[in-house]
Design a protein around this ligand. Structure first.
Ligand SMILES: [Zn+2]
Ligand SMILES: [Zn+2]
Length: 557
């Protein structure tokens, strides 16, 4: 597909994830000689993906073009940007460049995957120039909800490409730097060739709120609490951990951090100097249980109702260290991500039932998101003045709102592209168009298994979840393959036990003559399975209007 005879320099962008979804961000930038990859994130499974741990981008294209892939460039340390790094490195071993916080988190991931010794992982600082393949790469500071967040400016033969990463414009963040519009305006003196920017909040009017508001509200809530306080947040919200720690110091409470990811992120952030917490402020859960409740704050995950998280375990009363007590104040320092409303609501009900008071973001502002709203995005467009625009990091409606906004600031409509994962957009100084499309669907990871959508696993699990399973067994005579006795049918999760008996016996009676007839002549096993599936499936569907999964086995006797 690569054509080396172009007269004008061109560059291709190929999103392998992150468009039409929030998650598994991965953007490929390509010239005739070089490829770099921006971010390698995961998508957390949705309710309709039973049993799936994570979803990662399809990386076949990178493996197929491995000889040209020069590096993985990381914008920041959120899972939707670094969660698939180990999976990528297992496929192609390329150097990784990442800002400090992300580097520390990736280091740990690679160590756990036993890959750390095999790969080059380098910390970058904003403002440094890095020459990677034929690209000149410079990271710039942006404000986001994790420290050391960056955007990336890439000088290509065709012009300067800006990828913002996740960002907002908060001029006074609690931790980290504001978004460096000064540097961006220098880099984009002649206007950016291409801008790719965060679309998460492109539909929201105005400006995002500052973390400073949270830095006032959460301490006030902790100060007013009559007894123990439990704060639940995202483990990656490092500034939130600092705010809670400062409030503990101020009100003479001790801080107990629970949950693997929360403990790990706190440790990493203290090591690289992003958290300033005196060692004697931190206590173990055993110590927390022995102190008076009014002297304790517990910090935990679980703000999204995740079933294995700290807060949800407490709500189920099966947390090994912490039991909810009367008069606990629980501060949910998060907003509920769409799709998680039911589990979040369930755990709030349980916590209240156990005597706790639960304060959510609706009641008092306890959370601000880390993504720019319309007026901030407009400011970015005005500073970078791009020729071409590709909105990234968002569902389709967000990408569309962002593209409309770009057009309203002067980007010409034919230069604004709402891409789909797998689209190959080729740009040069005169024109840009989608020249090809490759496979870029979900890759599912489940324990040690990895498969794509073409396998039937998810569909089968959905069918199992909805309609249960029916197992058909029968015996065949070894000598001529004929049916011996009656077929035997049992079910799991299909119909109520009392109804099952009669229905399944009737199904056996309906299947028997069909099988007797069919097994008289020699048949391939898959044909026999097909006949059983059709006969049993349509009989049960007529009677119950449901289509369970049907499994057939036979025993030669
Ligand atoms: Zn992020
Ligand atoms: Zn993100």
């Amino acid at each position: 597909m690569t054509d080396y005879n172009y007269e004008t320099p061109w560059v291709r962008v190929l999103p392998l994830g992150g468009l039409g979804e929030i998650g598994k961000n991965m953007m490929v930038l390509e010239t005739a000689d070089d490829i770099v990859v921006i971010d390698a994130g995961v998508l957390f499974p949705e309710w309709n993906m039973p049993g799936i741990d994570i979803v990662i981008p399809d990386m076949d294209y990178l493996e197929d073009n491995a000889d040209r892939v020069r590096a993985l460039l990381i914008t920041h340390g959120h899972e939707d940007h670094i969660g698939a790094v180990s999976h990528l490195i297992k496929r192609i071993n390329i150097p990784i460049y990442a800002p400090a916080m992300a580097e520390a988190l990736i280091h740990e991931k690679l160590r756990q995957a036993k890959l750390r010794d095999q790969v080059s992982l380098e910390v970058i600082r904003p403002g440094e120039q890095h020459y990677i393949g034929g690209f000149e790469v410079e990271w710039f500071s942006v404000c986001h909800s994790v420290p050391d967040s960056t955007g990336i400016a890439i000088n290509t033969p065709a012009g300067v490409i800006i990828h913002t990463g996740d960002f907002k414009l908060d001029n006074d963040p609690v931790i980290g730097s504001p978004t460096d519009l000064g540097v961006l305006s220098d880099i984009c003196q002649d206007g950016a060739f291409l801008l790719m920017a965060d679309s998460t909040y492109a539909e929201e009017e105005g400006y995002s709120a500052s973390d400073r508001e949270i830095a006032e509200n959460i301490p006030a809530l902790i100060g007013a609490a009559p007894a123990r306080v439990i704060v639940s947040s995202f483990a990656s919200q490092i500034s939130r951990i600092q705010i809670v720690a400062d409030a503990c110091l101020h009100y003479g409470r001790k801080l107990c951090v629970v949950g693997r990811s929360m403990i790990n992120n706190t440790k990493v952030s203290r090591e690289i100097g992003h958290l300033n917490i005196p060692a004697d402020l931190m206590i173990s859960s055993a110590e927390a249980n022995s102190l008076p409740p009014s002297k304790v704050v517990i910090l935990t995950t679980g703000s999204q109702g995740e079933s294995e998280s700290g807060l949800v375990r407490m709500a189920r009363n099966d947390h090994k260290d912490i039991q909810i007590q009367d008069n606990d104040t629980i501060i949910m320092s998060s907003s509920t991500i769409p799709g998680n409303e039911v589990p979040v609501n369930d755990s709030i009900n349980e916590l209240v039932r156990m005597g706790a008071r639960v304060i959510t973001n609706q009641e008092t502002r306890t959370h601000v998101p880390g993504h720019a709203r319309k007026e901030e995005l407009r400011a970015l467009l005005n500073v970078t003045r791009p020729k071409y625009f590709v909105p990234v990091h968002g569902e389709y409606r967000m990408l569309k709102a962002h593209a409309d906004l770009a057009i309203s600031t002067g980007v010409s409509p034919e230069n604004s592209f709402i891409l789909t994962n797998g689209d190959i957009l080729e740009l040069d100084t005169d024109s840009a168009e989608v020249v090809d499309r490759i496979e870029a669907g979900h890759i599912f990871v489940d324990g040690l298994g990895i498969w794509d959508e073409r396998g039937n696993v998810i569909n089968e699990r959905q069918a199992l979840q909805q309609n249960g399973i029916v197992s058909v067994a029968f015996s065949r005579d070894v000598t001529d393959g004929s049916l011996v006795g009656k077929p035997k049918i049992v079910s799991v999760g299909f119909v109520h036990k009392e109804d099952a008996q009669g229905l399944l016996r009737e199904t056996e009676d309906a299947l028997r003559p069909v099988l007797e007839q069919y097994l008289k002549k020699p048949n391939e096993w898959n044909e026999i399975e097909e006949v059983v599936r059709k006969t049993v499936g349509s009989f049960l569907s007529r009677r119950t209007k449901r289509r369970p999964i049907i499994i057939t086995t036979s025993i030669d006797v």
